[in-house]
Unconditional design. Sequence first.
Length: 250
Amino acid sequence: MSLLLSIIVLGVLGFLSGVLGGIIGFGTTILLVPPLIYFYGPVATIPVIAIIAIIANVSRIFLWWHEIRWRVCFVYGVPSIPGVFLGANTLVSLNEKFLEVMLGVFILCLIPIRRWMRAQKFYLRLWHMSILGLCIGFLTGIVATTGALSTPFFLAFGLSKGAFLGTEAAGSLGISITKSIVFHRLGVVDQTIMMQGVLIGLVVLIGSYFSKKIVLRLPEKSFTQLMELVMLVSGITIIAMSAFTIKAPL
């Protein structure tokens, strides 16, 4: 009964998270982390999420292939890879709970900051994205999810809708792959965890496919408002999860 319940719950949430992540570029892990921790425990959850993220990013790359800004992907993605290794190796000397609370607070603060930047017509330049990639990679090596953190900066670069979704997914693919490699080296990823990640990821993939039609019909203002709403929920969820759950070290 417990196995059947886990399959139903994770299947439904996997599909919904695939649709949500396919529309706004993040949110997949926000929906899946709590039930994964409940059914499989915190140790298995982190590498499972990394595998799901790889599949989700690949699906968005194929869906928005013709709108991807490849120079941005390269400038953002290359520095993010050493950032992941640096973050994973720094984890042992940091208070992870405190860091996640600060991350959640920062995501909440990014909502008014993004609006202010837009009002001032302030846009990021290409070299800014390399610094962003290093920082996001570092944080991803420490905490479970940072998807909402990078979003305002991609928007501040001038990307939106399909261009944002495809570019962010392609740029973040290296982060997800590197994180999985780190977990494998640490002996956290085994065949069972890989199968769980792949199966849930395939459900997420189906949800991502249905998201494209929604994105194409969604006005840009509504797209931005939805993104801010999920950022608000993400920030609050990260703070709540860090307060009420105990995560295992990488």
